[in-house]
Design a protein around this ligand. Structure first.
Ligand SMILES: Nc1ncnc2c1ncn2[C@@H]1O[C@H](COP(=O)(O)OP(=O)(O)OP(=O)(O)O)[C@@H](O)[C@H]1O
Ligand SMILES: [Mg+2]
Length: 283
């Protein structure tokens, strides 16, 4: 656990996060290859800042590396900047200050459509189009002038944890959990290297939540997918994430494995886990 002084309020927190037991993190967690630690991180965020029109600091010089083939969770009180940080990773938000690198390349130098294929995003609720499940899954390739075969559609549905037979079902007849997984299959049709998930299960019941979580874990294990996942559910982070970052008032105040965060003596982490750290402010 961190030996640093416990912070009594976000204002007192150091700008650099407590990095919890790095040696243990690297030794114990999932690794895609023996050289994973020396590879260029899939995503690197450097010194991102955002100040609101009322001069409130929304992101305060945030830097973060997302290793390949890992699931990094972002947690923190409402308004702490989680979604904004996530959106910076595929230019849904363009930071005025700071840089985002994908495989070592500045993402502002990349074509934004191609970038968003490589770094797919999934949000709280699935926004599917009218038509069948297959129509939705074929959407991305169709934009590129490609026609997905039935086999390709079925393969994508399976990757997203759905039965291939669902291809012909009208999207309007799906449950929330099924729709979220169809949305995932539609994103996977673009063959992304990275997935950005913003509270992807918060509209789902526990059963559907578990199915989506299993799908995310399988994608990491079977395809080496890199995932950044915002969640307000710390138990979900414990089940899914390899590493977790706690964001408070636009700063990453702790980073480590979920187990390390749960064992943290840091005041902000304890307050967050107890639910007494609300709206970015210490209780
Ligand atoms: N481009 C922007 N310009 C100015 N303010 C912004 C911008 N994007 C987001 N904000 C503000 O930043 C703050 C943080 O928002 P954000 O959505 O990132 O928080 P969050 O941690 O995801 O919260 P929640 O858990 O409620 O989803 C909010 O007050 C929001 O209005
Ligand atoms: Mg959010």
């Amino acid at each position: 656990m961190s030996d640093g002084p416990a912070a009594s309020s976000p204002e007192d927190t150091p700008k650099t996060p407590n990095v919890l037991k790095r040696e243990a993190t690297q030794a114990n967690r999932h690794s895609t290859s023996p050289t994973a630690q020396t590879e260029t991180p899939r995503l690197q965020l450097r010194n991102l800042s955002l100040t609101s029109s009322s001069q409130e600091r929304i992101l305060d010089d945030v830097s973060l590396e997302v290793p390949r083939g890992r699931i990094v969770g972002l947690i923190g009180p409402s308004g702490s900047g989680k979604s904004t940080l996530l959106r910076a990773m595929n230019r849904l938000w363009e930071p005025g200050k700071g840089t985002v690198l994908l495989d070592g390349n500045d993402i502002t130098a990349l074509d934004v459509v191609k970038l968003r294929r490589r770094v797919g995003a999934l949000f709280q609720t699935a926004a599917l189009f009218d038509g069948t499940v297959a129509d939705n899954v074929r959407y991305g390739p169709r934009l590129r002038g490609e026609r997905s075969t039935d086999n390709q559609v079925e393969d994508l549905l399976q990757k997203a944890g759905l039965e291939p037979g669902m291809a012909s079902v009208p999207a309007s007849q799906l449950s929330g959990g099924q729709a979220q997984r169809v949305s995932l299959a539609r994103t996977l049709a673009n063959q992304p290297e990275c997935l950005l998930l913003d509270e992807p299960t918060s509209a789902l019941d526990p059963g559907a939540t578990r199915l989506v979580e299993e799908t995310i874990l399988r994608l990491r294990d079977e395809t080496g997918m890199t995932v950044v996942m915002v969640s307000h559910d710390v138990e979900q982070i414990r089940r899914v994430a390899d590493e977790v970052c706690l964001l408070v008032k636009g700063r990453i105040v702790e980073r480590g494995t979920p187990e390390e965060l749960f064992a943290s003596q840091q005041t902000l982490s304890q307050q967050f886990l107890k639910g007494t750290l609300e709206a970015g402010h210490a209780a």
